[in-house]
Write a protein that binds this ligand. Structure first.
Ligand SMILES: [Zn+2]
Ligand SMILES: [Zn+2]
Length: 427
């Protein structure tokens, strides 16, 4: 077998790994970069409208033959580990003859993103896979593992061919709402793995405290009980674990979680996959504010907005009961409140990666709204990565999805093999 990490050996984001066995080539993930060459934030809007040739020239698209539109396809499949842009965000440039394998949850989320015009990716060649059920692609036998991550229905892959086993961890953690999956794989890991391609997002991030998703719920609950004021909360509509934490905190503190139609739409889409995901019609702790943004308009156009009418809360009603609310922050919602000068006695809970905080901080500072950060990472802490490696006891560990591959040896021992971006590595 041959392994080529086209991108991600030395950075977080833009994940793209190729594995070859005989004539069979597969690609695992095909993500948008999160940083540019200078390690500054990558501007994903900058690629809009550019040709594949141009994007190759700019090295946004890795030099991979037989993958792109307009070329003869040389790939048997693309496997997607999960629905984060840094793992699937470049799919729109791929030859649509190549089937793309993903979990049902991943498919739902990508379909939603596509519906709202966020991906430009042609969805016609999707194949969904079942967890822990091996399937065959060319010379490969692949087994998907459901993992705990901030993306819903995220997977790792055990990939077998030529009597060798590769385990691709994808993004994962041991401290989320599905931490039981982490414990399960520690107690029963796949045996005799030759190469563990493992993410290391948290390596080198000394400042992050080892907080769990349950800590997030507890801390938000305490804050909601402690302060009698209006709360806004900044979080991702696609981070289902976090929406569950916030919803439970609202239930525990007797507050109402006010979401936007886009968030309600996502939750509704996922209800066939899990019955534990809060829904708009679950009663007194959840309402929807029909913020007049482009998502709501899009839903109104295709008549899907109507479904959520029973949970609608108006601006005037929110004003009357403001101290009972936790409003999911969106650009327009906060602007509406600011315009009506209704942000006095308000707190913002910032519940996402703080790299994005500088984007919104000036707004809240200007309106004298204090910000409280309550967050837990979507990625495994170093101690959990160490337990993971110990349980697998692989022949070799290959660093991936990390800015610090050279630090792997310090944490995981001498059987680390650093593979550089683009290097053809014989397995
Ligand atoms: Zn990632
Ligand atoms: Zn991820």
């Amino acid at each position: 077998m041959k392994l080529i990490i086209h991108r991600g050996a030395n950075e977080i984001g833009g994940s793209c790994v190729e594995i070859q066995s005989g004539d069979s080539r597969i690609l695992v993930d095909f993500g948008m970069p999160l940083v540019n060459k200078n390690r500054e934030r990558f501007d994903s809007a900058s690629i809009a409208g550019k040709s594949i040739e141009k994007l190759k020239e700019e090295e946004v698209l890795p030099a991979i033959n037989g993958l792109y539109k307009g070329e003869k396809s040389a790939f048997k499949a693309i496997l997607l580990s999960h629905s984060h842009q840094d793992h699937y965000g470049l799919l729109s440039s791929v030859n649509t003859d190549i089937p793309v394998y993903m979990s049902r949850g991943c498919k739902e989320i990508i379909e939603v993103s596509n519906f709202f015009g966020q991906t430009g990716y042609d969805l016609k060649n999707i194949k969904t896979v079942e967890m822990w059920q091996p399937f065959h692609i060319g010379d490969f036998t692949i087994t998907p593992y459901l993992v705990d991550h901030s993306a819903f229905d995220a997977m790792a892959f055990l990939i077998k061919s030529e009597n060798k086993k590769i385990f691709y961890s994808g993004d994962f953690r041991g401290h989320g709402r599905k931490s039981v999956l982490f414990k399960k794989i520690l107690s029963n890991p796949p045996q005799n793995v030759d190469y563990l391609i493992m993410e290391g997002s948290m390596i080198g991030r000394d400042t992050d405290r080892n907080r769990t998703e349950d800590d997030v719920k507890i801390d938000i609950t305490s804050l909601l009980k402690e302060r009698s004021c209006l709360f806004f909360i900044a979080c991702s509509s696609q981070n289902i674990d976090r929406l569950v934490s916030i919803y439970l905190a609202c239930v525990n503190s007797g507050r109402i979680f006010v979401i936007d139609p886009y968030t309600a739409f996502i939750l509704d889409k996922l209800k066939t996959i899990s019955k534990n995901i809060p829904q708009f019609d679950w009663g007194k702790n959840i309402r929807i504010f029909f913020v007049p943004n482009r998502y709501t308009e899009k839903m109104a156009q295709n008549k899907s907005l109507f479904k959520f009418k029973s949970a609608k809360i108006t601006y005037d009603h929110m004003q009357q009961i403001r101290n009972q609310l936790v409003i999911k922050d969106t650009f327009l919602t906060r602007e509406i409140f600011a315009k009506k000068q209704d942000l006095t006695d308000t707190t913002l809970i910032y519940s996402m990666w703080n790299g994005y905080l500088p984007d919104v901080k000036p707004f809240w500072d200007q309106n004298n709204v204090p910000i409280v950060e309550i967050h837990a990472s979507g990625h495994a802490y170093v101690e959990d990565l160490q337990d993971f490696v110990k349980a697998f006891n692989p022949k070799y560990i290959i660093p991936n999805h990390t800015f610090y591959p050279e630090q792997f040896e310090r944490y995981f021992g001498s059987n680390v093999r650093i593979v550089k971006d683009g290097e053809v590595f014989a397995i």
